[in-house]
Design a protein around this ligand. Structure first.
Ligand SMILES: Nc1nc2c(ncn2[C@@H]2O[C@H](COP(=O)(O)OP(=O)(O)OP(=O)(O)O)[C@@H](O)[C@H]2O)c(=O)[nH]1
Length: 350
């Protein structure tokens, strides 16, 4: 094994597109492969890592999972990602593969470029960048730029130099990809899928490698066997951001905002979820997720909302050393009204 580079797969894709679901499936099918997992989230609640930890999958060992919740990985490459990777590579035990889940708001380009740093390049290569896309959201036009709205926003805020931040990020993640996974195809028709495929392809000058999936169910041979060495080509896959700004300028995510809402126990989960739907619609919440304490239930309730689509289920018992509490992370555009949302969520939980 000495001398052979460890392959790393970067899994990216917009908020709620299905990255964690795909990784869970991938770990379930690891077949004895030792996989290190680096998970990055926007917002400081660490829901994805928490869902994977203790999920009962053999390949999902706590010590092989590293959470980076200190901002988006593309902005914290030097401070967070490089030290994490070097520590991982210094371990005496060797991994067969490294999987990195970026936050839904990350630009993959700076992350992939980091694999050209000497201390990493000698030991690891990027097997491929897999971009997961919520095909149902694309079909509903969620990433299509609403030019009138953007123009109106720009009139109010002259510092806005971008088109819709959603569309821009969507395109940047597509442009970085070696493999595009059009996920959530269970929610759309064959015709809609064809349209989504053409839409996605039209946003890249390179021909794209596109596959369709539902719940990220694809073979590990495909997902982990691209064999690209993307770090060698990443300079040719510039993002909007890199094209718009002078090289070296810090990238930030000030178009987006995230906050955590802590609530008391929720006695009526069904009615809570119904009321949350209204809060999400009233305030244009992009993503909401977390855990709920339902009194009298030994298990914790998971809430997962992507736009107006919301799921809730009990995933596991609360651990004896864990505080039962209701905490939900909310993500929206920068002008989202956190105070009003928090008040409405408190009222929904009462
Ligand atoms: N109907 C449907 N739902 C899906 C599919 N894949 C994922 N989901 C659901 O979509 C929601 C978000 O899935 P995640 O896997 O957490 O998405 P993610 O990309 O990791 O989310 P972030 O890390 O917050 O960006 C969950 O409620 C999933 O159950 C799919 O193929 N079909």
């Amino acid at each position: 094994m000495q001398g052979q580079k460890i392959p790393a797969t970067v899994i990216t894709g917009f908020l709620g597109s299905g990255k964690t679901t795909m990784i869970r499936n991938l770990l379930e099918n690891a077949n004895g492969k030792r996989i290190a997992l680096i998970i990055n989230e926007f917002g400081d609640l660490g829901v994805d890592g928490n869902l994977l930890k203790g999920c009962g999958i053999e390949a999902c060992r706590d010590e092989d999972m590293i959470e980076l919740n200190n901002g988006c990985i593309c902005c914290t490459v030097a401070d967070d990602f490089i030290p994490t990777m070097t520590k991982l590579l210094d371990r005496p035990d060797r991994f067969d593969h490294i999987v990195i889940e970026t936050s839904g708001l990350a630009l993959p380009q700076p992350l992939v470029a980091a694999f050209n740093w000497p201390e990493i390049k000698t030991q690891v290569t990027v097997d491929g960048v897999v971009t997961v896309i919520d095909a149902a959201a694309v079909s509903e036009g969620r990433f299509a730029d609403d030019h009138d709205k953007v123009d109106a926003q720009r009139e109010q805020d002259e510092s806005l130099d971008h088109d819709s931040p959603l569309e821009e990020l969507f395109e940047d993640q597509i442009r970085a990809a070696d493999l595009i996974v059009l996920n959530k195809t269970d929610l759309i028709s064959g015709n809609q899928l064809d349209n989504v495929k053409s839409d996605v392809q039209s946003r890249s000058l390179r021909p794209l490698n596109i596959v369709a999936a539902s719940y990220g169910k694809l073979s590990n041979e495909l997902l982990l066997g691209l064999g690209i060495g993307t770090e060698e080509d990443i300079a040719n896959r510039q993002s909007h951001h890199e094209m718009e700004h002078a090289a070296g300028e810090e990238h930030d995510h000030d178009e987006f905002e995230s906050f955590v809402v802590g609530l008391g126990p929720v006695a009526e989960p069904k009615s809570f979820v119904e009321k949350l739907k209204a809060v999400i619609a009233d305030h244009d919440v992009l993503r909401l997720k977390g855990f709920v304490d339902v009194p009298g239930k030994p298990m914790r309730l998971v809430i997962q909302a992507v736009g107006s689509r919301i799921e809730h289920y009990f995933d596991r018992s609360w651990n004896p050393d864990e505080e039962r509490q209701t905490r939900l992370v909310v993500i929206g555009l920068h002008d989202i009204d956190a105070a009003a949302i928090s008040t409405a969520m408190n009222a929904a939980a009462a």
